[in-house]
Design a protein around this ligand. Structure first.
Ligand SMILES: [Zn+2]
Length: 305
């Protein structure tokens, strides 16, 4: 299911088996087809009271139009709940807790800022149960206050997975809980919606007390800890320079990570370990020691103070 970060992004359904992929998409995500949201050339959503046909859907999946899907069907039932994190701190917490959900029963898609997490249910459940489940998951992850869908039993909607953002017109990657980019069509076929545990349909369980999550995302430091990433300069000197341009968070004495200032970063892609920095975004990838950092700052017009 994983693919290398350099593989071009698949933005439209593969020609082979296209119809069955679209059916799969509809069965997985579409709660109602009598209306949908779109944005046309505009940057804000509007509701379109016409049928969401496969043709409309395919146009959105090809990136031609924006598409918003309602979180609730006409009968008040939902096939999913979605969490919309628009800041990196809550996105990190959601990623760190995604393993609590049944494997393959959810997807994570990056967005303009942060990410969407969509947990799928089969059979469909009353929208209130979907909402309770979403709120409780957000609470458990330590992100009370993030947007949770369904917001109500009627017309709350979220951007359809694999379709362009109305503002940026970009289609965003699906990622796993480690932040690795997934092939969305392969992943769609592997998605397995699960029944909601029965107690959620009746009384909501008491949420556990919130606790701060300090887990680091797995992988990023491990990749830097190879011992062969020379030249290593003075860690504190590098951190001093780095923190003039971005906020970093320490995970141990000589490990820190934060938003990369050298590309539009939506998750903390920049790691600094023992005097060496590296951005793990496939589009950026800057790396080096303190001299390289200062050179970047000079070349890109951000002079250290
Ligand atoms: Zn970067």
């Amino acid at each position: 299911m994983r693919r290398s970060a350099s593989t071009p992004r698949a933005t439209s359904p593969p020609a082979t088996g296209k119809d069955s992929l679209i059916s799969r998409y509809v069965a997985t995500f579409v709660n109602r087809r009598d209306r949908y949201l779109t944005s046309g050339a505009e940057t804000s959503w509007f509701s379109k009271k016409s049928r969401l046909t496969n043709r409309v859907l395919e146009s959105a999946l090809r990136g031609h139009i924006s598409l918003g899907l309602y979180a609730t069907a006409e009968d008040g039932m939902s096939r999913w709940m979605a969490i919309d994190c628009d800041d990196d701190s809550s996105a990190r917490k959601i990623l760190a807790n995604a393993h609590l959900l049944p494997a393959n029963s959810y997807l994570i898609e990056r967005s303009r800022r942060g990410l969407h997490l969509v947990k799928l249910f089969d059979p469909a459940i009353p929208w209130q149960a979907a909402q309770r489940y979403g709120l409780a998951f957000a609470h458990k992850a330590g992100c009370d206050g993030v947007e949770v869908f369904p917001k109500n039993g009627t017309f709350s909607a979220i951007r359809a997975p694999m379709t362009p953002h109305p503002l940026t017109k970009r289609i965003y990657d699906w990622i796993d809980a480690d932040g690795q980019i997934l092939d969305p069509w392969d992943t769609l076929l592997a998605l397995t919606p699960t029944p909601i545990p029965e107690h959620w349909l009746n009384e909501p369980p008491q949420p556990e007390p919130s606790r701060e999550m300090h887990r680091e995302l797995p992988g990023i430091f491990g990749q830097l800890d190879t011992g062969s990433l020379l030249p290593r300069g003075d860690h504190h000197e590098l951190m001093f320079e780095v923190m003039k341009l971005t906020t970093m968070r320490y995970y141990s004495r000589n490990k820190a990570r934060g938003l990369c200032p050298w590309h539009p970063d939506t998750r903390p892609s920049l790691a600094v370990v023992e005097g060496y920095f590296r951005c793990f975004s496939s589009h950026c990838g800057v790396n080096g020691g303190v001299l390289a950092w200062r050179k970047l700052a000079r070349e890109r017009g951000i002079m250290p103070r």
